[in-house]
Design a protein around this ligand. Structure first.
Ligand SMILES: [Zn+2]
Length: 105
């Protein structure tokens, strides 16, 4: 995955250079669409035609339901021990608690 992508300032579209409708400096009426001092756009949005700028690749948002599902998968891989809770079981509870705190904040 690329570290830098283009983001549309109009509709929020995000994509790589190849997907842009046009690329700097081949942007129509560029002078009229930017103000002095403005960051130079990287191109035009293929969706709405607004100007795009280079931004860092957004990090995927972690969803608590995905996380719980992953935890379930991990736990089901570890058979419980005979006397009491296994280490995996304890770890599961700990991580789940931490995740709850993170998402509630
Ligand atoms: Zn757009």
């Amino acid at each position: 995955m690329p570290e830098l992508v283009n983001q549309c300032q109009g509709c929020g579209w995000i994509g790589e250079d190849d997907a842009l409708a046009s690329r700097y400096p081949d942007i129509e009426r560029l002078g009229m669409r930017t103000s002095p001092g403005e960051i130079i756009p990287s191109g035009e949005c293929p969706e709405c035609g607004a100007l795009c700028h280079v931004v860092p690749m957004p990090k995927a948002k972690l969803n608590i339901f995905d996380l719980e599902y992953l935890l379930e998968l991990c736990r089901s891989d570890c058979p419980p021990e005979e006397n009491g809770e296994s280490e995996a079981e304890l770890m599961y509870d700990k991580i789940k608690l931490m995740a709850k705190e993170m998402f509630d904040a």
